[in-house]
Design a protein around this ligand. Structure first.
Ligand SMILES: Cc1cc2nc3c(=O)[nH]c(=O)nc-3n(C[C@H](O)[C@H](O)[C@H](O)COP(=O)(O)OP(=O)(O)OC[C@H]3O[C@@H](n4cnc5c(N)ncnc54)[C@H](O)[C@@H]3O)c2cc1C
Length: 464
């Protein structure tokens, strides 16, 4: 167990010396604002919030923290779902909110260099003038730093990849105050160990990302969406495998359980009915390709027993479908405002998706729990939201969570497809990685021997 020290006057003075008094605050309101993410985990207060404006300042803050054994937890906008940015051990909440610059747009290379605090939606709004976009889309206006740190993905990952697939280089401040560069602006990179991807997904436990070169994609000329409803979860998820197996390059392939479709129909103003539903999108450069691809999707869905197959009539309807899908989590939170809830996130190889989905529905039925199923089905990712009112039910919810994670791992999948480890998935990493977890911890010890970076996340056994 690491021994941390409190933020004392000497530390505060040093921090002010680096970033200026206007960028250091011990106000309770500022600390409270950064004490809790969007997960079920309770808040925990830092002792001070610090807003660096450059990579050099970030590195200098880390050097001071390391010298004084003060914990540092980076903060993007706190949209994580597993407790990642909660400063469990107090110390410094290192907010990236003032590092929002778009440093350079390399339009001819389809690249952009940014500071980590910019929201991906703000970035894409700026890039629209170049006809380019950064594809990963977790929904909330997550920061680029938070997305890279969590390896966030989203609805269009099935075509464009996750955050890890859309980054080329980063600057990273290390615990001891060194500022290093990892990766390069070349698409091909073979020069030694892949440190870039060591830091991607490390959740602020190995270093703080202070700059990133992102890979961009041309905005597609044409987009079209299809909604198909099915009599059962089994038929819907079989259609997922069939669509993927057909070789169609879908840009989104989302699954909604019957209860989720009914909720969105009731509260979202879109008619999804109340049956298991697939929501799909095609991107293409030519009208003919869209027509052919849409025709194939309709054919596959009908062959697999779809009850209805509906193609969005125009861009407005398509946008509205995706708006509702993006708002799903918020709609669910409003609908179950008086409930506690658990949100699960597992992913399996696509061929195992039907077995995973059936396992989830039978396990939920066994415990008689209310639930909402939703998934980025095209890449084998499934989410289960379990709302519950009675504290006594929590033990059952945990049992279901464990059973679902165990099944995903047994099927060759993972305990988390995109939300990351944080606090919630930490207990399952030994099950998933075995001795590999010890190698991860050895890397952590090498880069952060005093354990100051985001303590209490990813590693639970080692913290005891
Ligand atoms: C409604 C809703 C829908 C969502 N849908 C999806 C989805 O579809 N797919 C998906 O993947 N996620 C989804 N998420 C989860 C969340 O949006 C992502 O995990 C996102 O990447 C978090 O970004 P953030 O800026 O909020 O980071 P934060 O939550 O503030 O921080 C995330 C982690 O990164 C660390 N961190 C932050 N900045 C840096 C930095 N510069 N350097 C190093 N570490 C840093 C923090 O310490 C923390 O550990 C959703 C969340 C919500 C609320």
């Amino acid at each position: 167990m690491f021994q941390f020290k409190p933020v004392d006057e000497a530390v505060l003075e040093a921090l002010i010396g680096i970033v200026g008094a206007e960028n250091v605050s011990t106000a309770v309101s500022e600390r409270q604002l950064r004490s809790q993410d969007m997960s079920r985990f309770p808040p925990s207060l830092s002792e001070v919030v610090v807003w660096p404006e450059t990579g050099e300042q970030t590195a200098a803050v880390l050097r001071v923290a390391n010298d004084h054994a003060v914990p540092v937890t980076a903060w993007g906008i706190g949209s994580s779902l597993e407790g990642h940015p909660i400063p469990l051990h107090g110390g410094i909440s290192l907010s990236m909110e003032k590092m929002t610059a778009i440093t350079a747009v390399h339009a001819d290379d389809f690249q952009v260099t940014v500071q980590p605090g910019i929201g991906y939606k703000d970035l894409n709004a700026h890039l629209a003038q170049y006809g380019l976009f950064f594809p990963p889309d977790p929904g909330a206006n997550a920061t680029i730093g938070g997305m890279l740190a969590n390896n966030a993905a989203g609805i269009r990952t099935v075509k464009y990849g996750a955050s890890k697939d859309n980054v080329l280089a980063m600057k990273v401040a290390l615990a001891d105050g060194r500022l290093i560069r990892v990766g390069s602006r070349s698409i091909k990179q073979a020069a030694g160990y892949d440190l870039l991807h060591l830091f991607v997904g490390s959740e602020g436990t190995l270093g703080i990302i202070t700059e990133a070169v992102l890979k961009l994609t041309p905005v597609p000329n044409l987009m079209s969406a299809v909604v198909a409803t099915f009599p059962s979860v089994e038929t819907a998820v079989e259609a997922v495998v069939a669509v993927r197996g057909s070789g169609l390059d879908v840009a989104a392939l989302e699954f909604l359980g019957g209860g989720t479709a009914a909720l969105l129909t009731r509260e979202g103003g879109v008619d999804f009915g109340n049956k298991p539903t697939l929501l799909m999108e095609i991107h293409a450069a030519h009208e003919q390709s869209v027509t052919l691809d849409m025709g194939m999707i309709e054919e596959i869905c009908e062959e697999l027993g779809a009850i209805t197959v509906h193609a969005a009539s125009d861009a407005d309807e398509r946008r509205e479908l995706w708006r509702i899908r993006h708002d799903m989590f918020e709609i669910a939170r409003r609908a179950y405002a008086d409930s506690m809830w658990q949100l699960m996130d597992v992913a399996v190889p696509i061929s195992a998706y039907p077995e995973m989905a059936v396992h989830v529905t039978t396990t939920l039925a066994q415990y008689n729990l209310d639930s909402l199923l939703v998934g980025h089905a095209g890449d084998g990712n499934l989410h289960v939201i379990i709302p519950f009112k009675d504290e006594a039910v929590r033990a059952d919810v945990e049992k279901v969570n464990k059973a679902i994670v165990q099944k995903a791992i047994a099927l060759g999948g993972t305990s988390t497809g995109e939300h990351g480890v944080g606090i919630g998935k930490a207990p399952y990493l030994r099950m998933e990685h075995g001795a590999g977890l010890d190698i991860m911890y050895a890397i952590k010890q090498t880069l952060d021997p005093k354990g100051i970076l985001n303590p209490g996340k990813i590693f639970v056994e080692q913290a005891r």
